[in-house]
Ligand binder design. Sequence first.
Ligand code: SAH
Length: 339
Amino acid sequence: MNIYGMTLDELSSYFENLGEKKFKAVQVYDWLYKKRVNSFQEMSNIKKELVSKLENDFSLEKPVIITRQNGKDVHKYLLKLKDGNYIEAVLMHHDYGNSLCVSTQVGCNMGCAFCESGRLKKKRNLETAEMVSQILVIEADLHIRISHVVLMGIGEPFDNYDNVMKFINIINSGKGIDIGARHITVSTCGIVPKIREFADSQLQVNLAISLHAPNDKLRSQIMPINKAYKLKDIIDSVKYYIEKTNRRVTFEYIMLEGINDTKECALELANLLQGLTAYVNLIPYNETSHIKFKKTSNEQVMKFYDILKKNKIGVTVRREFGSSVSAACGQLRAKEEEK
Ligand code: SAH
């Protein structure tokens, strides 16, 4: 078992079962996440026999950084996992803090037509520890603290639901990395039963839905998941989420030239979202060499934006970070795998 996959509660039970004080778990968390030691030997307030026991029962293994590409305010990482698989993570410097985009799976099965990650099918889910340690290795590499986490790297978080929920629990713990729930964002392509389950969990974490089209016909063409869960199901589950949590939802909308960026699409989108406590995040498409879609011009993006505004839909345009460092999710990994 990797220690970075243990919640504080689990670690407390572990010590209790050994006949030790539960509080030992808080001490170990402190060494791991506040002092950031890399071995049990360094945990000087833990007695020798217990250190040996911990060494026996847990590993402290983390992914290894293979490459780091630097752009303006952005660092893009290719990381190698213990079984030789690759994932990516992207660190972005914002004026409000440092945000890390983490991966949740090796590859992805959702098959969105515009997305590079999905060109390579899912090999496996990431373990909880492999998500937590993305934060740790990148903080150590750049000598920074990460204040915000977005689950928008490779993979579909709700296709790896249990590990993702545990990941959130661990990084949110005040005794550990201590990233506030409101600073964590989960992004899903729309796995409806999981959106409902997530609502029931009552977490104060942000939810973003990758919408990308205002009607089922178009959405099914670019996002196969729409054949399983229609827009109406998504909107209903979002309403349920808002009822349960009182939180505003973000709809992500990639602007694809000539596909979903027309005036008609904007009006249809405004109609679809009317009355919801939500806003739209328009995303400039990050073009990739293998995929035919083109990026909408800034001018057209602003026209689309204005139509939503006029129709009283909250809307923002996402700042672009990626293109200079091929940060479209999955591009680095795909290059490495194809070598
Ligand atoms: N599977 C999840 C999270 C990973 S994708 C989801 O679908 O939400 C994170 C976001 O990046 C999604 O909104 C996705 O549609 C978007 N995305 C994928 N490829 C992109 C590209 N080339 N340019 C811009 N955004 C992209």
